[in-house]
Design a protein around this ligand. Structure first.
Ligand SMILES: O=C(O)CCC(=O)C(=O)O
Ligand SMILES: [Fe+2]
Length: 353
């Protein structure tokens, strides 16, 4: 397993195992020092750690996450997306249960858009030939467990951490803009009025006690049992709390390398769209999650631009060729999302300019 103790690298920044560690509070004080370190980490590993993140305290988020998944299944299913419970109204946000039979073995609770966005205005759904509008699906708002439950602060806690992750993403993107020799705020307009991001609480129940013969081959790599198979993330940047869990591994030179837990850190990695927008300069590194015999919890935030953000050109103005000729972020992202089994039966609706 990788070394969990930080070692000093030559430029004085701390490396934890294979990865660079960015002290975010210090990076905000001296962005000109941090920006090149971030760029180098994204070019070389595609992963790094953020620590000393203003406002972020993983224990509080873990408590809320664990509380949610400990709810009885019927209370969680009351929040399930329409694809799982047809009488529910929520198509995009909410809960999805474990879908047995694949490499991906997890339940999730998803929220998004808390910023300045007026969700009430967007609650209504319009149908064209029986199909909803894509824009309204992504703006449908969040669903919440019964407010009379024993954990009345769940919604406030999730909202608080959504905003901490979002702010962190914005800060890191400014450092990335700087590292690309752009104005620090050059990319900000892509993230207003709010990001079309997903904040996902995850629980991976362990399958070690299930007979091996009942576990699908796609979840096995020799003797290693996976709970999420090898993949690259789709969008811009992923910010991920792994709490004190091992299990996350990234691929480097054909080897699987552990990404060990570090207290109060967020692991950050790059998605495929960011790779395209920076002309291939940053890596969308393949990673997976291994089942180590215990239930695992994690909380990623898939930080993305807004629905209408133009993704047709690189940041230095070169046309991007991609299948489907998607020019706007929203339809591109939903097409990609529908390729995951958790969304395969979801109708994301009709796209109108
Ligand atoms: O749970 C983790 O540690 C990683 C999750 C992940 O890779 C993903 O959701 O894309
Ligand atoms: Fe991932």
């Amino acid at each position: 397993m990788a070394n969990q103790n930080g070692v000093k690298s030559q430029n004085g920044t701390k490396k934890n195992g294979p990865l660079e560690t960015i002290d975010l509070a210090a990076a905000l004080e001296a962005p000109e020092d941090a920006a090149p370190v971030i760029a180098r980490a994204l070019e070389n590993e595609g992963f790094l750690y953020l620590v000393n993140i203003p406002g972020f305290e993983s224990g509080e988020l873990f408590k809320a996450t664990k509380w949610f998944f400990d709810l009885p299944l019927d209370q969680k299913m009351a929040l399930a997306r329409k694809a799982f419970v047809p009488e529910n109204d929520n198509s995009y946000r909410g809960y999805y249960p474990v879908i047995p039979g694949g490499h991906s073995h997890k339940e999730a609770f998803e929220t998004g858009m808390f910023g300045d966005f007026d969700l009430e205005k967007h609650k209504k759904k319009t149908y064209i030939d029986g199909r909803p509008l894509m824009r309204e699906i992504v703006n449908e708002g969040n669903v919440w467990p019964d407010p009379d439950s024993k954990y009345p602060h769940f919604k406030e806690t999730i909202k608080k951490y959504y905003n901490i992750y979002r702010k962190t993403g914005e800060r890191v993107l400014r450092l990335i803009a700087r590292s690309l020799k752009l104005e620090e705020t050059a990319l900000d307009h892509l993230y207003q009025p709010d990001v079309l991001a997903t904040f996902r609480l995850l629980h991976y129940p362990s399958r070690v006690n299930i007979p091996k013969s009942e576990i699908p081959d796609e979840a096995k790599d020799g003797d290693t049992l996976m709970t999420t198979g090898p993949h690259a993330d789709s969008t811009y940047i992923t910010l991920l709390a792994t709490f004190d869990n091992w299990g996350l591994q990234m691929q480097q030179d054909g080897e699987w390398i552990d990404v060990p837990p570090i207290k109060d850190s967020l692991v950050m990695n790059i998605g495929a769209l960011m790779t395209e927008l920076v002309g291939g300069r940053f890596k969308a590194t393949i990673h997976r999650v291994v089942d180590l015999g215990e239930d695992r919890y994690s909380v990623p935030f898939f930080y993305s631009p807004n629905f209408d953000a133009d993704i047709s050109k690189t940041y230095d103005g070169k046309e991007i060729e991609r299948p489907g000729q998607y020019k706007k972020f929203g339809p591109w992202m939903l097409n990609r999302t529908s390729q995951f089994k958790e969304y395969a039966t979801t109708d994301f609706g009709v796209f109108i300019e």
